[in-house]
Write a protein that binds this ligand. Structure first.
Ligand code: SAH
Length: 236
């Protein structure tokens, strides 16, 4: 695959590289991901058994989710294209003792290299940063073994998500650095589901995630208008 073919927006990667030193600061730029982590871990563990599960974490960043899954006994490979984030992830794993393998490889390339090799793929808070999410979804579908699951999380696209996820989170509450998200890249659940089905998967779970700014907590909710999680399954 030539570099021109890579499904990546260099401006998006730069945003994450510039903040990479803050990945593990619980009160830094990635605080929402730290707060979201127990909620998504609860959801993941309801759907799959992580012990001895081979997992690919796509767009792993500093490894917040990768390490959490590894601590539950999963054999985790984390991939990202922001080299600085991977350096931070590797250093943190050295300190924490987490046995995660980190690689800077495009998911589409890994799909050629290791098709149907993983029991579980997680691709969280990442699709809204890539130019062609359908290709990312298709690559995830190729990487998971028949009968395995692909778990996505992203942000819905509508007036409410614009107000809450961009105006509210970036400008009013300052939860995220300004410019973190681009409205046009948000993905409706119907669009994600269509991409999943076009790649031969079926949707097995959909849940919304809400944030309470007073308690500063995320929680699962049937409302998928803003943040949501979608589980897909590759038929056996
Ligand atoms: N999944 C992690 C990090 C989410 S932040 C978590 O939820 O904790 C989004 C991540 O996607 C960043 O680390 C960014 O570098 C990565 N990313 C953006 N575009 C990418 C691409 N085309 N390929 C791989 N990773 C990408």
């Amino acid at each position: 695959m030539s570099m021109n073919d890579v499904n990546v927006d260099p401006a998006e990667l730069k945003k994450f590289s510039d903040l990479a030193h803050r990945w593990w600061d619980p009160n830094g730029a990635f605080r929402p991901l730290h707060e979201l982590n127990p909620v998504r871990m609860g959801w993941i563990e309801r759907l799959v058994t992580l012990s001895d599960c081979s997992v690919l974490d796509v767009g792993c960043g500093g490894g917040i989710l990768s390490e959490a899954m590894s601590s539950k006994g999963a054999r985790v490979t984390g991939i990202d294209l922001a080299g600085k984030s991977l350096q931070v992830a590797r250093l943190h794993a050295l300190e924490s003792g987490a046995k995660v393998e980190y690689r800077a490889v495009p998911v589409e390339e890994l799909a050629q290299e290791r098709p149907a090799q993983f029991d579980l793929i997680t691709c969280m808070e990442m699709l809204e940063h890539v130019p062609d999410p359908a290709r990312t979804i298709a690559a995830c579908a190729q990487l998971v073994r028949p009968g395995g699951s692909v778990l996505f999380s992203t942000i819905n696209r509508n007036a409410k998500s614009f107000l809450l996820a961009i105006v509210g989170a970036e400008y009013v509450l300052g939860l995220l650095p300004r410019g973190t998200h681009e409205y046009a890249r948000f993905l409706r659940p119907s669009e994600l589901a269509r991409g999943a089905r076009a790649s031969g998967m079926e949707v097995s779970d959909l849940t919304g995630v809400r944030y309470n700014p007073l308690t500063q907590r995320f929680f699962l909710h049937h409302d998928t208008d803003v943040n949501y999680f979608m589980a897909c399954r590759r038929p056996s």
